[in-house]
Design a protein. Structure first.
Length: 152
């Protein structure tokens, strides 16, 4: 399957959000997504990578580049919202996307890539492990605070 990867542009936001809303059972409002995208698009630290097949966005990943003052971590990347449209899975699109992500992270001088993934996404976890990701010995803790600025 011929897939082309590129950094997302503002015109891609609606299709990205539709894909992520399907893949992650989310309800992200387009207005919110556009606002955040426009605020962060020129930082070089927030990168939205998309995979396109026949002019349709079928894959997506958010790459966040983080600089630290700590020697072991230095600069690293956190990946989230890594997804492939259900009807395009099993064609190695996720693996090719991870290769593209690794190239971007290498160009940005990252020393490590970390990945957030929900526990229920076991098929995705197998892909990540096959690509060379390992499960760290620490758990990912989160605590929700405050409320949402945007209402659906």
């Amino acid at each position: 399957m011929d897939v082309r990867f590129k950094i997302a542009e503002e015109s891609d936001i609606e299709e990205i959000i539709a894909l992520c809303n399907r893949c992650f059972t989310e309800e992200t409002p387009i207005a919110y997504a556009k606002e955040i995208f426009l605020k962060t698009k020129d930082t070089g630290k927030d990168i939205y990578l998309i995979g396109i097949v026949n002019s349709q966005i079928v894959a997506h990943a958010k790459i966040t580049i983080i600089d630290t003052m700590y020697q072991p971590m230095m600069r690293y990347a956190i990946l989230n919202h890594v997804c492939v449209d259900e009807s395009y899975r099993r064609h190695n699109i996720a693996t090719h996307m991870l290769e593209e992500i690794e190239k971007i992270c290498t160009e940005k001088n990252c020393v490590k890539m970390e990945l957030w993934s929900n526990n229920v996404r076991t098929a995705a976890h197998a892909c990540y492990k096959n690509f060379g990701f390992g499960l760290d010995d620490a758990g990912f803790f989160s605590k929700k605070i405050g409320g949402s600025v945007y209402e659906n």
